[in-house]
Design a protein around this ligand. Structure first.
Ligand SMILES: Cc1cc2nc3c(=O)[nH]c(=O)nc-3n(C[C@H](O)[C@H](O)[C@H](O)COP(=O)(O)OP(=O)(O)OC[C@H]3O[C@@H](n4cnc5c(N)ncnc54)[C@H](O)[C@@H]3O)c2cc1C
Length: 381
């Protein structure tokens, strides 16, 4: 195995990729070590929805803004398509319209606006606009196809930035500057461990202190019967009551109470609606959230039905069919959006603990590299 690395990154999900990019931009020689033949975890199972509006106010929202800019700056070079920009949120309940208005008055709402129903219909022609009170528009968001973007990012880091990738290589332990893997020893001056939702292989005692859970999500790919263009991502009232940047506003309490009465089953299953489009015209639609001490291996037909019920309330796409179903998991914390620990001066353990890694991983990578090499002390929340 090759040695002499400045930095070894464990995990080739979006967080590991973000750390690797930040490190090569600081002139470091980097190796990424990944247990699988390619990224197959949360980072390729998600919506590829790089979200700013709706992220928790403060440090996390700022991370999302920075990460969005990093994505925008590298997609062309890495050969990644941005399939659409922005986010449309039609409010069907007066309580949801109140949340949209309140959001616009926060600093996070600065570049967002209410759009007319006609504008929303032009952008996403399948939207049902009868009964919609207002439409919130956020210009910040990007949509990429994660299952294509992740391999492209790795290939680009390898070709352009001379990052070495060791695939099919599990890291078993780290002692000083020695990393013991399933294929021998790797030496590096520093390490950043980005294990996703693996709580038990590396630094299990450090992770155990944080009482993390595993969140299991159900996702669907829906094919419209006729071609139908999405010029932006779409979320619904359920999302205004779930995404922290909206849901933490005092004005969201009334919406939450109403949804608890009207949509009790969906709310109990952590269901809200995101719909984004792929290059072939199909839609990635989700999702549900179940929290526990392990992945929930069996997808529930009831959850899929509840997600599709909300989909059909928001869109008029008769004859649509479900063409794929899958689950994904991520590490979750009630207290924090990210977890950064220092098991030793030259090691960082990094996890995104709120299901927002596609939106924040690149900026978190920069912050972790700054923390590692400049020993800055920062507040992560
Ligand atoms: C269904 C779903 C939808 C989502 N939608 C969005 C979205 O639209 N927008 C958004 O911002 N976020 C979204 N998220 C959250 C986002 O995908 C995650 O926060 C992010 O992918 C986490 O990245 P990661 O690199 O930490 O984890 P992972 O992608 O799980 O990668 C961790 C990697 O580390 C490897 N690894 C672990 N331990 C070892 C070891 N000892 N040795 C070698 N390799 C190891 C694993 O094999 C894995 O490849 C979604 C998540 C899910 C599940």
């Amino acid at each position: 195995m090759a040695n002499g690395y400045d930095l070894a990154v464990v995990g080739a999900g979006i967080v590991g990729i973000g750390v690797a990019l930040a490190a090569v931009r600081q002139g470091k020689k980097v190796v990424v070590i990944e247990r699988n033949a390619k990224a197959v975890g949360a980072s390729i199972r998600n919506f590829g929805f790089i979200t700013v509006s709706g992220q928790k106010a403060g440090a996390h929202w700022e991370r999302a803004m920075r990460a969005r800019d990093i994505w925008a700056g590298i997609v062309d070079e890495a050969g990644i398509a941005i399939i659409h920009h922005g986010l449309v949120m039609p409010a069907r309940r007066s309580e949801a319209a109140v949340v949209s208005d309140a959001f616009l008055k926060t600093p996070m709402g600065e570049k967002c606006r209410l759009m007319t129903k006609a504008e929303a219909g032009d952008l996403v022609p399948s939207l049902r606009l009868d009964g919609v009170e207002t439409v919130l528009y956020s210009p910040h968001e990007l949509r990429v196809e994660s299952s294509e973007a992740l391999p492209k990012l790795a290939a680009w880091l390898e070709a352009r930035h001379k990052v070495d990738f060791l695939w099919n290589t599990a890291v078993r332990s780290i002692e000083g500057t020695r990393i013991e893997t399933s294929h021998g020893t790797v030496e590096a001056d520093a390490m950043v461990v980005c294990p996703g939702d693996d709580f038990s292989t590396l630094f299990p005692d450090v992770i155990a202190k944080h009482s993390l859970t595993i969140c299991t999500l159900q996702m669907l790919r829906v094919a419209p019967a006729q071609p139908s263009r999405f010029g932006a991502a779409v979320m619904s009232d359920m999302s205004l009551a779930r995404y922290e940047g909206f849901a933490a506003l005092p004005e969201a309490e009334a919406l939450g109470r109403r949804l608890d009465l009207e949509e009790a089953e969906s709310r109990a299953a952590g269901i809200h609606l995101i719909a984004v489009q792929s290059a072939d015209g199909s839609l990635v639609v989700g999702d549900s959230h179940v929290y526990g001490n392990a992945q929930q291996p069996f997808a529930s037909e009831r959850f899929d039905r509840l997600i599709l019920d909300e989909f059909d309330r928001v869109f008029d796409l008769p004859g649509r069919t479900v063409v794929n179903r899958w689950i994904g998991t991520y590490a979750s914390s009630k207290e924090r959006t990210v977890l950064v620990e220092r098991p030793a001066d030259h090691i960082r353990l990094v996890m995104v603990t709120g299901g927002t890694g596609a939106s924040t991983g690149f900026a978190l990578g920069e912050q972790v590299i700054e923390d590692l090499y400049a020993s800055t002390s920062r507040s992560w929340e």
